[in-house]
Design a protein around this ligand. Structure first.
Ligand SMILES: Nc1ncnc2c1ncn2[C@@H]1O[C@H](COP(=O)(O)OP(=O)(O)OP(=O)(O)O)[C@@H](O)[C@H]1O
Ligand SMILES: [Mg+2]
Length: 297
């Protein structure tokens, strides 16, 4: 393929429907704001900076993927957003309020299967609802709706060991969404699945996201997954982890498998893979020198 075919369009010259989508997103309120986030781990060999001066914004109902080499701090970022770990400095604001500790406003889905093996699918999804103060009857009826939504209506009474990996992750998504989080944070949720199941889960997640008022921050190693799923792609660099680029994904929606071969898809993939020097579809202002993302989508 010639280099010219892979050239990225300027974000101001996106297809009209894509440009309109970004205009719409930019009118929505900011849900997540990360300001000058730093994380230093203390170890026997001395302090080690895992994340440096990370700043970005995510808007309501946006789908943002985070990509970067192993060890660049993706999971560290997720753990701090989840309130499972504390930053060394900087701020994390959700709906303008500082995050401190875990909370039901953030739904988490991890790569490892985290269902309670001794509970049925239904009871797994009901668990958080009952902890949150819902009566058993309300929790059951809501859980069943979410189980239906992820396509597992006939497995409500099954136990996790009776489910495939993809089905377990569907339950994990239902469980996370049942608590009506403001943001769904997913750390390589499909990383352990075979290629075919992974593709099915990606399109399934998009279907769910279209139906539910939820913002998604999705970590992945897989460039194609990032291009297929997201509105914007946050590219992190390592040593220490830092924001390299924020790419507006110009691939039109709805997306299909065939689009994986389109020039615009390949150009985004190439860009997110770090082959190109920073180019015109960068968010205005989002550079290695100035990582703040003023546009927010
Ligand atoms: N608890 C910890 N104590 C010390 N160092 C840590 C700790 N957790 C993470 N690190 C270090 O911080 C850096 C970032 O790790 P992190 O797990 O966030 O990377 P990652 O981008 O998620 O990698 P991967 O793609 O392999 O999942 C790594 O150098 C890691 O060794
Ligand atoms: Mg990780």
């Amino acid at each position: 393929m010639s280099a010219s075919v892979l050239e990225l369009p300027d974000y101001r010259e996106l297809a009209p429907e894509v440009a309109a989508r970004f205009d719409k997103i930019s009118e929505r309120p900011v849900i997540l704001e990360v300001r000058n986030l730093n994380k230093v781990f203390e170890s026997a060999e001395g302090p080690r900076q895992a994340l440096k001066e990370l700043s970005f914004e995510v808007r309501r109902r946006e789908f943002v993927t985070v990509i970067g080499p192993s060890g660049c701090g993706k999971s560290t970022l997720i753990r701090m957003l989840a309130g499972l770990d504390e930053q060394s400095s900087g701020q994390i604001l959700l709906d303008g309020r500082e995050v401190s500790g875990p909370g039901p406003d953030r739904g988490m889905v991890f790569q490892g299967y985290t269902l309670f093996p001794w509970l049925t699918v239904k009871k797994n999804v009901m668990f958080g609802l009952e902890i949150g103060g819902h009566s058993e009857a309300v929790a059951e009826s809501e859980a069943l709706q979410w189980i239906e939504m992820v396509g597992l209506g006939s497995f409500a009474n099954a136990y996790p060991n009776q489910l495939s990996g993809g089905m377990k992750q569907r339950v994990a998504i239902a469980r996370a969404l049942a608590n009506k989080p403001r943001i769904l944070i997913m750390d390589e949720p499909f990383g352990a699945l075979d290629a075919q199941t992974r593709c099915q889960m990606q399109s399934h997640l998009i279907q769910i996201w279209r139906q539910v008022d939820v913002t998604i921050l999705f970590i992945t190693h897989d460039l194609e997954e990032a291009c297929y799923l997201s509105d914007r792609i946050m590219v992190l660099g390592s040593n220490p982890g830092h924001l390299m680029e924020f790419i507006r994904n110009p691939v039109p929606r709805p997306r299909s498998d065939e689009q994986c071969l389109s020039p615009v898809f390949l150009s985004v993939k190439k860009k997110a893979g770090g082959v190109d020097p920073p180019g015109p579809i960068l968010e205005p202002g989002a550079t290695a020198e100035d990582s703040h993302d003023p546009g927010g989508g």
